[in-house]
Write a protein that binds this ligand. Structure first.
Ligand code: MN
Length: 301
């Protein structure tokens, strides 16, 4: 399968989540996040979907173009607009959020919407039901069809058990995507979540197989890459062996930047950094050097 987004000669794009820089998508924030990401050497910026009614989408598209940087859009549904539900009104609010996110991507020139699109990102107090899962599949099939007409793909980012009751592993996500049976839906693998649920990062990559379309590179503690317990050489070796050529996007958050509400949602009780600029430069160099090291090994034989 060809990658959704890749650089010249199938070179992996190295991305950064806008949340490293800013907590909203006002014109000032958009300018700051896009210019800083480009200056740190990134090929791509991931923009959490913002309210299109109060966002200058054309400005975002122009800034991306002038800094020669690609973008993707991300979203996590909240409990009041969950589609992993048997409640029709809640599901309808979720379907509206998802279709708004696809339009946000289309109008900013992005071809990918990823995240917790299949359920709420929350600590559920019950197991998902078959009817709720079927509802999620039904909504996502309609959203994927709509996205397809704009050349947009959807990434199912599976998360750990404390953040969803529906998709916690690559194997579950592959099964879910097979049932969706749409050509523009892929596995979005986040190393932070995989670290909690998978036997290894390599197993997560292998289980994703040809459906792997996007990666969040995050340490087990979500701080500086390489300062935690994620086995990065093992991950990159598995990616090289499977020929993965999609984006690899750095994701890290600090209360120094994100809003208190977002920080609370993701359980960010400790901040591991205060200054985004050195963190971002380090992440870029770290990911590029991991890619380079793996490439050298794999082109030797
Ligand atoms: Mn993530």
């Amino acid at each position: 399968m060809s990658p959704l987004i890749s650089g010249a000669a199938n070179r992996n794009l190295v991305g950064i989540h806008a949340g490293v820089w800013v907590s909203d998508w006002s014109p000032t924030s958009a300018r700051h996040a896009i210019s800083e990401s480009a200056a740190a050497g990134f090929d791509l910026i991931e923009i959490p979907v913002a309210d299109p009614a109060t966002t200058d989408l054309a400005l975002t598209a122009r800034l991306l173009e002038s800094h020669s940087i690609s973008s993707v859009v991300s979203l996590a549904l909240s409990p009041d607009c969950d589609i992993n539900t048997e409640d029709a009104a809640t599901s309808a609010r979720g379907e509206k959020k998802l279709s708004d996110a696809v339009r946000f991507a289309r109008d900013t020139g992005s071809t990918y919407v990823g995240g917790v699109l299949y359920s709420a990102m929350t600590k559920y107090d019950h197991i998902s039901t078959e009817a709720a899962r079927e509802n999620s599949l039904g909504v996502l099939r309609r959203i994927a069809n709509m996205a397809l007409t704009s050349g947009i793909s959807l990434g199912m980012e599976y998360v750990n058990r404390y953040e969803s009751n529906l998709l916690n592993t690559a194997a579950q996500t592959v099964e879910f995507i097979r049932e969706l049976d749409m050509p523009n839906v892929v596995v979005h693998l986040d190393t932070f979540h995989a670290n909690l649920e998978e036997t290894s990062q390599g197993a997560a990559v292998r289980d994703s197989g040809g459906l792997l379309g996007y990666i969040h590179a995050a340490e087990n503690h979500r701080g500086y890459l390489g300062s935690g317990s994620i086995d990065w050489p093992h991950l990159f070796d598995a990616l090289a062996r499977t020929g993965y050529s999609g984006p690899i996007t750095f994701e890290s958050f600090s209360r120094a930047v994100v809003s208190p509400g977002t920080a609370d949602d993701i359980g960010l009780w400790r901040s591991l950094w205060d200054d985004p600029a050195p963190l971002a430069r380090h992440a870029h160099d770290f990911l590029r050097s991991q890619l380079h090291a793996t490439l050298s090994v794999h082109t030797d034989h």
